[in-house]
Ligand binder design. Structure first.
Ligand code: ADP
Ligand code: MG
Length: 228
């Protein structure tokens, strides 16, 4: 069952992360804390190299912090074994990347169904939901197309549909409009926020785009390893 919308479903406490170098370790995240509830949207801004992608990787459970905790829907993902963590990630977290990361040999609808594959063969419910989501993003007529046959904006919309397939608690987007022209970027941003609101997920977007950042409910800057 989902937590009530007033209680935070993402709790991040005292996260630190450093990378080894030839000299002193490079401290990227330093005692970073954050709490967000269902329906919240947050833009994370900051210069290149400030640790934005590192933060998303850790929140996405793709990398581990050195110290600190991440709690998603009351669970500590880093306490899970590898296989359970992969399922947890597929169930709870939707990812949208700048370069969309669609699989070139799979059709549009097959790409949207990829998160369901962690649980075996996609169910009729999964397939129905993939169809509905592709309708929502305006791609009903393109189900059997390959990513290479779509425009950049269309590919990003497929990535948005894929991120929502499992009705995730958390959607993480890294520069989702970074490769798009202004007009396409605005329509993709609008779509992303509308769908995030309709499913009540938390949305965290890393972006350099002023218009995307200002469309989010809150904005924080990553400065010296902390969100301010
Ligand atoms: P941003 O996304 O804000 O541009 P990143 O999180 O990608 O920043 O990187 C923050 C810093 O950490 C950069 O200096 C980068 O070179 C370094 N870094 C990121 N990942 C690794 C890694 N796996 N190993 C070593 N250094 C890394
Ligand atoms: Mg980055």
């Amino acid at each position: 069952m989902n937590a009530p919308s007033t209680s935070p479903s993402l709790i991040v406490k005292n996260l630190s992360k450093a990378f080894p170098t030839a000299g002193d370790p490079l401290r990227v995240l330093s005692d970073l804390s954050l709490e967000l509830a269902s329906g919240d949207s947050l833009a994370v801004v900051g210069p290149s190299g400030s640790g934005k992608s590192t933060l998303l990787q850790i929140l996405g459970t793709l990398d581990r912090p050195d110290t600190g905790t991440v709690t998603i829907d009351g669970a500590d993902p880093f306490a899970l074994a590898e296989k359970e963590l992969a399922q947890f990630r597929n169930q709870k977290i939707g990812f949208i990347f700048q370069d969309h990361h669609l699989l070139p040999q799979l059709t549009v609808i097959e790409n949207v169904l990829v998160p369901a594959l962690a649980f075996g063969k996609p169910s009729p419910t999964d397939i129905g939901r993939a169809n509905d989501l592709l309708g929502e993003v305006g791609l009903s007529g393109r189900l059997g197309h390959l990513p290479g046959e779509l425009s950049g904006g269309e590919r990003e919309r497929v990535a948005i549909a894929r991120s929502l397939l499992m009705q995730p608690t958390l959607i993480l987007a890294d520069e989702p409009t970074g490769n798009l022209d202004r007009k396409t970027a605005d329509s993709v941003s609008e779509l992303l926020l509308r769908l995030q609101q309709s499913v009540g997920a938390i949305l965290i977007t890393v972006t350099h785009s002023e218009s995307l950042a200002s469309a989010m409910a809150d904005r924080k800057e990553l400065v010296e390893g902390r969100l301010v």
